[in-house]
Design a protein around this ligand. Structure first.
Ligand code: GDP
Length: 444
């Protein structure tokens, strides 16, 4: 999987990561190469364009991190954008619905629908301990229903008894009914395919959908068909509506164009990938793992992540120093609020620090909890530079303006000012004490 892109990106980055400095020209040249590599991997053009635009934007404005080389930074940016393009969090089959949860499998003939139905059934019964019923709604191909029955036997999953002469939607209704009566958790409906999309197929799918009310409609598409698979997904989604995709034959796909552009073009998640003919050859689609696999530079990515954490620590150390000197203005408070949000809110930070009880109480007394971090940041954001440096000049008219600008009210502003005053006082009283002050301990 993704071998062509792996090779290409590998050689682009090996020329880049070791370098101490990168000029704009270097970055532009690397971007051109990346663009070419993506196009060769059969990624949709619009996706390639978006991708390189975003990488360029970030690479230009990037925070300089000590201990990381510029080329390594670019690797990290490309990695993060790849993850984003592939669908960031990753999604899998959603069974969050009343039983039996109906999963409808759709797709062209030969895409791997029947095989995938059985693979999913096997996984749900084995790993997830679900009770699963499968039914073939393919009345066009004489052997289709028998094929699913045999696969069912192989993976030890019950299939709906075959009744000759029933229409697909009749079978669907019977399957859902049997699922209900039999106490099944999941009913998988394997529908008929065609060699290409045509009107009768779409009508049949819509009809089944109406009768079976599926919670998941998964399009099974052959990754080897590249951009055709992406266009197929668009058409199916427009006509039938799909909730996600399974890309099969990823084991034979060295380019990966369908997998790489699917999410960005269709907006639908790839939920599973088929990686072989055997019943256990199926994987969940994890964007981060895929990006790691494509770049093969996990060590650089984690190095840059660590270094980025260090930036925060450097900032915290600066803050601690300021506080020791007894300086603490609204900008500093805003920095603190940002840091706290990042570190899991107040509970997370205060809980870790010895001797923080008093401050926690004070914050609580000032009406401060995690949910109002954002409001407080909005208040500070609506102050002028001068007001932030000298909050004591805030009188009624200024407060009114800030309240309007931040969508808050005078009471909230007063609370924030009070909290700031108390914190500043506390900083002063701790001035000179050992250990870099309370915030130093807290953030360092
Ligand atoms: P259907 O017509 O959509 O139901 O397709 P089938 O399930 O009958 O699959 C067609 C062929 O593709 C079978 O020979 C499967 O073994 C094969 N196949 C399905 N998924 C994969 C996969 O992920 N990798 C490989 N290599 N073969 C697959």
């Amino acid at each position: 999987m993704f071998e062509s892109l792996q090779d290409r990106l590998g050689s682009i980055f090996s020329g880049l990561t070791g370098r101490g400095a990168l000029s704009d020209k270097d970055v532009a040249a690397a971007l051109r190469e990346i663009r070419r590599a993506l196009i060769e991997a059969d990624v949709a053009l619009e996706v390639v364009r978006d991708f390189t635009d975003r990488v360029r934007e970030k690479a230009v404005g990037v925070d300089v991190v000590k201990s990381v080389k510029p080329g390594q930074m670019v690797v990290k940016i490309v990695h993060d954008e790849l993850v984003e393009m592939l669908g960031s969090e990753g999604e899998t089959i959603d069974l969050n619905a009343p039983s039996p949860v109906v999963i409808m499998m759709v797709g062209l003939q030969g895409s791997g629908k029947t095989t995938t139905s059985a693979k999913i059934a096997k996984r749900l019964t084995g790993r997830d301990k679900k009770k699963v019923l499968m039914a073939s709604l393919d009345t066009r191909r004489p052997a289709a229903q028998e094929q699913l029955r045999q696969l069912g036997e192989q993976v030890d999953v019950v299939t709906l008894p075959i009744i000759e002469g029933q229409s697909p939607s009749d079978i669907a209704k019977r399957a859902v009914q049997a699922g209900k009566l039999g106490g099944y958790d999941v009913v998988i409906l394997d529908t008929a395919g065609r060699t290409h999309i045509d009107e009768p197929l779409m009508i049949e799918m819509a009809d089944i959908r109406k009768h079976a009310d599926p919670h998941e409609i998964l399009l099974v598409a052959d990754s080897l068909t590249g951009q055709d698979a992406v266009n197929l997904a668009k058409s199916f989604d427009e006509r039938v509506g799909i909730t996600g995709l399974v890309l099969t034959r990823m084991d034979g796909d060295g380019r990966g164009g369908a997998a790489l552009s699917m999410r960005a073009v269709t907006g639908k998640p790839i939920k599973l990938i088929g990686t072989g003919e055997r019943m256990d050859e199926m994987e969940e689609f994890h964007p981060k793992r895929i990006a790691d696999r494509i770049l093969g530079m996990g060590d650089i990515v984690s190095l840059v992540e660590k270094a980025a954490e260090n930036i925060d620590q450097e900032k915290a150390a600066q803050m601690a120093k300021k506080m020791q000197e007894g300086k603490f203005d609204m900008n500093d408070l805003a920095d603190q609020l940002h840091q706290m949000k990042k570190m899991g809110g107040m509970g997370g930070i205060m809980g870790m620090m010895p001797g923080m009880g008093k401050m926690k109480d004070q914050m609580a007394a000032a009406g401060m909890d995690d949910s109002i971090f954002n409001r407080q940041l909005a208040i500070i954001g609506s102050m002028t530079k001068h007001e932030r440096a000298r909050p004591d000049i805030l009188k009624h008219s200024r407060k009114k303006r800030i309240a309007a600008g931040s969508g808050t009210n005078a009471a909230e502003i007063n609370k924030l000012l009070k909290m700031h005053r108390q914190m500043a006082d506390m900083m002063k009283s701790m001035k000179g004490k050992k250990g870099g002050g309370m915030m130093g301990k807290m953030m360092g």
